[in-house]
Design a protein around this ligand. Structure first.
Ligand code: FUB
Length: 311
């Protein structure tokens, strides 16, 4: 009997190695995955971490020059469609700032709107990070960046949610999470930015990602209380809240990657959590890799905690 159990456990380990999918992009560093279903494929728009090098950005920090988009019809075989936006081709971005942080992309009326944060070269207009848009006719581009960033937005981590009535909302973070309505052109705010109320008040909150399921609006976000980010969520009846804290989606990294940043989507009747970890760079957590795991809900709409498939 013990020999049988030994063989069974060896086979299980081999099968795990054979079918292990995480991280699912391994030829470059990727982070902050924004996953979307367009047509019958999943498209992932991540940040693109590059290894630190003299003359490139700030030492020991995030170094991010451009964005790629990846797609898959089966969540196993991924195509890299190449670079879609790069810092020095965006008119408003400070050249060589290497600060092309977490993006998002959404479709409206057959056009694809790619939102990305970076530092502005015109500090008389905005100091630090702001958010711009690049527009394309296809999910893989070519994306044409707007000449100016979105007015009245200061911060990082854009996320766009379109409600059932067609109203689109832009969310972003700057210590807290902000939200505002977008105009139909998807390029300008249609309301004054507000800080979303009743999320936990202590600690950094960033990386908002909003979705709706069965009439419940889920505001999901990484939250730092003790140095490392934990994915949490809050729920409400309205896209701009108020939201009430509802639980933890994923605990802090047990191996110390201090950021996590995610998106949640439904593809072929299964929910998935996309997130990141520093699997391919265990000694430097600013070179991260994107991962995914399935996610499920309890009958009352609460989210079951996702245990990452870390090796
Ligand atoms: O990737 C750079 C920053 O790290 C993102 O904007 C944050 O959400 C964190 O993941």
């Amino acid at each position: 009997k013990s020999r049988f159990l030994y063989i069974l456990s060896a086979l299980t380990i081999c099968a795990g190695e054979l079918f292990a999918q995480n991280p699912f992009i391994t030829d470059q560093y990727t982070a902050d995955p924004s996953a979307r279903v367009f047509g019958d494929r999943v498209y992932v728009y991540p940040s693109h971490d590059i290894p630190p090098a003299p003359g490139k950005g700030r030492a020991n920090w995030f170094v991010m020059e451009d964005y790629h988009v990846f797609s898959s019809a089966n969540l196993t075989d991924w195509t890299d469609h190449g670079m879609i936006v790069t810092q020095n081709k965006v008119p408003w971005v400070k050249p060589d700032s290497y600060s092309m942080w977490a993006p998002d992309c959404i479709e409206r009326n057959g056009k694809y709107y790619f939102y990305f944060p970076s530092t502005s070269k015109d500090t008389t207009k905005v100091k630090g990070f702001t958010i711009g848009v690049a527009v394309a006719d296809n999910p893989t581009g070519p994306f044409v960046p707007q000449a100016e960033p979105i007015a009245k937005v200061k911060g990082i981590d854009p996320n766009v949610f379109t409600d059932k009535d067609g109203q689109a909302y832009l969310y972003w973070s700057q210590g807290h999470i902000y939200g505002a309505k977008l105009k139909n052109n998807m390029l300008e705010l249609a309301s004054e930015p507000v800080i979303l109320q009743e999320l936990p008040s202590k600690g950094l909150k960033e990386g908002p990602y909003v979705f709706e399921r069965n009439g419940i609006y889920y505001m999901t976000y990484p939250h730092v209380e003790n140095k490392i980010e934990r994915l949490e969520y809050a729920t409400g009846n309205n896209p701009l809240g108020p939201f009430k804290f509802a639980g933890v989606i994923m605990d802090e990294s047990p191996t110390g990657c201090w950021t996590n940043h995610h998106s949640i989507l439904n593809f072929k009747k299964q929910w998935y959590l996309f997130y990141h970890h520093n699997d391919l760079s265990p000694n430097f957590d600013k070179n991260r890799s994107i991962r995914m795991d399935s996610l499920s809900f309890n009958n009352d709409g609460t989210i079951r905690k996702v245990i990452p498939t870390l090796r």
